[in-house]
Design a protein around this ligand. Structure first.
Ligand code: 13P
Length: 252
C-alpha cells in the first residue's frame, strides 16, 4: 500500500510569527498520527522558523519553489542547497500559479525537478488543466504532456510526488468530484507505467489539490489512486488542516 501524504501549501501567506503559531498547533494536533506523511510549505521567509518548530517531529518541511542553479548572480532567487540548509525535504515545483503569473514553462519545470533530485530533495510536481481545457475535452492530453515534460530524463522516480491540481478547482471552492479526480490520477499512473513500468507506477504517490476541505477529503481519499492532498486555503488554519489529516489517516 502506498503511503499517504497531506501537504499544506501556504502560498504567500503568514508572517514568521503566524507560521510558528500554525505549525505548533498542527504539530500538537497530529502528534498521535504515526503513519503517512505530513508536509508544510510556508513562504521562504518562514521556512527556518517552521523548521525549528517541526524538526525531529513527524512533520516534514517543503519550499514552494526554487531556482535550478546552486548559486550565482541570480538576484532574488533561492537555490535548492539553501533550501536543504533550512531543513527542507521537499520542494513544490510547477504550481499552476507559477505557470500563470511567472510564466514557468515545462522545460524550466523539468530543470527544477532534476535539480531538486540531484540535491537530495524531493519534488512535488504539480500538473493540471484549466477550465477551458477541460471544456474542450483535452484534460488528459494537457496533463499527460505536463507529466512527460516535467519528468523528461528523470530516472529517480522513487523520490517523485505528483500533485494533480485542476486549475479551475484551486481557490474556487469548486473541487473535482472524486470520480473526476480519480480518472485523471489513474491516467497519470498509466502513463508513468508506460514509461517506467508497472511497479514504479504503483509506488508513485499522486496527490489531489484544489479546494480540499475536511468535508470533501473523505470521498476523495476513498479513491484507489488518490494518495493524499495538496491543500491551500484549508492548510492555513490548524483546525481544518488537522481535520483533513485525521480523515486521511482514518481511511488509509
Ligand atoms: P486551495 O486548497 O486553496 O484550492 O489551493 C490548492 C492549491 O493550489 C495547493 O497547492
Amino acid at each position: 500500500m502506498r503511503r499517504w501524504m497531506v501537504a499544506g501549501n501556504w502560498k504567500m501567506h503568514t508572517t514568521i510569527g503566524e507560521a510558528e503559531t500554525i505549525s505548533k498547533a498542527i504539530k500538537e494536533g497530529t502528534k498521535d498520527i504515526d503513519k503517512g506523511e505530513i508536509v508544510l510549505a510556508p513562504p521562504y521567509t518562514a521556512l527556518y522558523a517552521v523548521h525549528k518548530v517541526i524538526k525531529d517531529s513527524h512533520i516534514a518541511l517543503a519550499a514552494q519553489n526554487m531556482y535550478f542553479q546552486d548559486k550565482g548572480a541570480y538576484t532574488g532567487e533561492v537555490s535548492p542547497i539553501m533550501l536543504k540548509d533550512t531543513g527542507c525535504a521537499y520542494v513544490i515545483v510547477g504550481h499552476s500559479e507559477r505557470r500563470k503569473y511567472f510564466y514557468e514553462k515545462d522545460e524550466e519545470i523539468n530543470e527544477k525537478v532534476k535539480k531538486v533530485l540531484s540535491t537530495g530533495l524531493k519534488p512535488i510536481v504539480c500538473v493540471g488543466e484549466t477550465e477551458s481545457e477541460r471544456e474542450k475535452g483535452i484534460t488528459e492530453f494537457v496533463v499527460g504532456m505536463q507529466v512527460k515534460k516535467a519528468l523528461f530524463g528523470v530516472t529517480d522516480m522513487e523520490h517523485i510526488v505528483i500533485a494533480y491540481e485542476p486549475v479551475w478547482a484551486i481557490g474556487t471552492g469548486k473541487n473535482a468530484t472524486p470520480m473526476e479526480a480519480e480518472t485523471v490520477h489513474r491516467f497519470i499512473r498509466h502513463i508513468i507505467g508506460d514509461v517506467y513500468g508497472d511497479s514504479v507506477a504503483q509506488n508513485l504517490q499522486i496527490l489531489y489539490g484544489g479546494s480540499v476541505t475536511p468535508d470533501n477529503i473523505g470521498a476523495l481519499i476513498a479513491m484507489e489512486d488518490i494518495d493524499g492532498a495538496l491543500v491551500g486555503g484549508a492548510s492555513l488554519k490548524a483546525e481544518s488542516f488537522t481535520g483533513i489529516i485525521r480523515k486521511v489517516a482514518e481511511k488509509r
